[in-house]
Design a protein around this ligand. Structure first.
Ligand SMILES: [Zn+2]
Length: 542
């Protein structure tokens, strides 16, 4: 009996010596890229209450800590969870519930898919998304004649891939009160032989879009949860949601409370009166993993539909320069409100004229607060003489490298070789500001972060086109691209104290990739082996 007691006491003493401090989770045998300022590497990490307790060499962590949950990462690469700095969860959910027109090779295919969808769903209002006439071997925009024949009585709205143009059938035009005499500021209504073709650009879309009914909440929720699964599979743990409305705040809160939405959502508010009053009432607003402290403003349209506002005429449309979709006066008002409530202003600017206008507008905030981090979303075509304004006024460029390789088919036709020098110029923008916020603009582009990496580093699309890369002098490195999805993404959303790098006290939000992340000539999708948010495993291959 005495002997047994002695053994028991000895075991207790030994285990308390060797057991170390108790934590919730230890991951070891990992190749941990901390993405901290000195880019330190580590092999093991100890986690408690969703936070990082310590990182370090294998033995140091294993000797010092104990846990019921220990994961051997098999030497795989571990990175901070990735953030998509410009995405649209809500439009993607809508896209999932609508006719999927992405990749349709002709107008006939658009019609075929629409008919097939309707025979299954029997909607009272048909909404489709994702067509792109530049894949049809034509430079002309489509007209609604065949759509009218197929659907004479049900309204049909087919939104172009870039979200800046749509094709409506006559039934819908009639409901929206749009005819050949209509004139909508900041928008274009295409006519043929004096009749509306149903092709509407930018603000001309608004009367039609106001009629689009919402999908039932239940359907939306299941679509958003599907999207979360897809993001986690890629190791994406956060999205900067580029433009939501007042009503969507409740939807996100409901998703967080009732349906396990755990990714970090940095949502930008559209500057509607309702949303502005929300900002006035709440200021910087945090609800669990939802953070709201910015306005998304639409400066102009897209280059593909010639809605981007240029300083000089479009190369392929003389006499046409695109338009500002929001007046300078209103944007100035939003800027003042944002300054007052500590909000960030993130303005969509594609054309060189819009970029210049915004850069100058942001000067006002810079004089008050040099670390304002106000963003320009896309910064797609910039007059080379304006690049220095990004550093001069501290303007954060938020870019989507996959746009460069998607648009390379027609970008030069739109703006000509000379202006290409300042287009999709991520290298120059990075050199100016020192950071880039990197995203995809999904569902316009693929969510896959390695598609973005391939576009940013190699300047090639998934088919490795063009050979040698598209304006390859504007490429950035793999490391820079990963920073744009981690630590710079955190800076771009004022979350660098919790997110973006793996350091003591920060959130234990990270991804362990299945395949090693190394510089290679071709980046293929590399899925997460496991994805963790605040110390909890949210995705695992097995
Ligand atoms: Zn967008």
């Amino acid at each position: 009996m005495k002997k047994a007691l002695f053994i028991l006491i000895s075991i207790l003493i030994l285990s308390s010596c060797y057991k170390g401090k108790s934590v919730d989770l230890i991951i070891h045998n990992a190749n941990i890229h901390t993405m901290n300022e000195t880019n330190d590497l580590a092999q093991a990490i100890a986690i408690k209450d969703g936070k990082i307790v310590e990182l370090g060499p294998e033995r140091q962590i294993l000797n010092k800590y104990s846990s019921d949950e220990i994961i051997d990462a098999q030497g795989k690469d571990l990175y901070p969870g990735l953030t998509d700095c410009h995405g649209h969860i809500l439009s993607y959910a809508d896209q999932k519930l609508s006719v999927d027109l992405v990749g349709a090779k002709s107008m006939d295919e658009v019609l075929f898919r629409t008919e097939k969808y309707q025979s299954k769903h029997h909607r009272k209002f048909i909404l489709g998304r994702g067509w792109d006439q530049s894949l049809w071997g034509t430079t002309e925009f489509p007209t609604n004649e065949s759509l009218n024949k197929l659907f004479p009585h049900i309204p049909v709205c087919l939104i172009r891939i870039d979200g800046h143009a749509l094709l409506a059938n006559d039934k819908l035009l009639e409901m929206a009160g749009i005819n050949s005499e209509s004139n909508i500021e900041g928008g274009i209504i295409h006519l043929k032989n004096g009749k509306c073709t149903g092709f509407l650009v930018d603000n001309a879309m608004l009367p039609v879009q106001n009629l689009v009914p919402e999908y039932p909440v239940k359907e939306k929720i299941s679509a958003i949860l599907e999207i979360q699964e897809e993001l986690l599979q890629y190791g994406i743990t956060g999205v900067h949601e580029a433009g939501i409305d007042f009503e969507d705040i409740e939807l996100f809160k409901n998703l967080i409370d009732q349906h396990g939405l755990s990714i970090n959502v940095y949502a930008m508010l559209m500057p509607s009166e309702k949303n502005i009053s929300f900002a006035e009432k709440h200021g910087i607003y945090t609800y669990k993993n939802l953070l709201i402290r910015s306005f998304k403003v639409m400066g102009d349209g897209a280059l593909g539909s010639r809605g981007a506002f240029l300083k000089h005429d479009y190369e392929d449309a003389p006499g046409h320069r695109g338009v500002l979709t929001t007046s300078v006066e209103f944007m100035n008002r939003v800027a003042s409100i944002a300054m007052k409530f500590g909000y960030q202003m993130n303005t969509h600017a594609i054309g060189d004229s819009t970029n210049k206008i915004m850069l100058k507008m942001y000067k006002r905030i810079f004089t008050e607060n040099p670390d304002h981090r106000w963003r320009i979303e896309h910064a797609q075509v910039v007059d080379p003489s304006d690049f220095s304004l990004f550093s001069m006024y501290g303007v954060f460029p938020s870019v989507q490298p996959s746009h460069a390789v998607s648009d390379q088919r027609w970008a030069e036709a739109r703006i000509g070789v000379n202006r290409m020098k300042g287009a999709y110029a991520y290298r120059t923008l990075l050199d100016q500001y020192g950071m880039l916020a990197i995203g995809t603009d999904f569902p316009i582009e693929y969510i896959d972060p390695f598609n973005t990496i391939h576009a940013a580093v190699r300047r090639q699309n998934q088919e490795n086109y063009p050979t040698g890369g598209f304006y390859v002098n504007q490429s950035i490195t793999l490391e820079e691209c990963l920073k744009g999805m981690t630590i710079w993404a955190a800076f771009a959303s004022f979350q660098e104290n919790e997110l973006g790098s793996l350091e003591k006290g920060k959130n234990a939000t990270f991804v362990i990739f299945d395949e090693p992340i190394v510089d290679r000539s071709e980046y293929k999708a590399n899925f997460a082996w496991k994805t963790f948010i605040k110390g909890k495993q949210k995705y695992s291959v097995n």
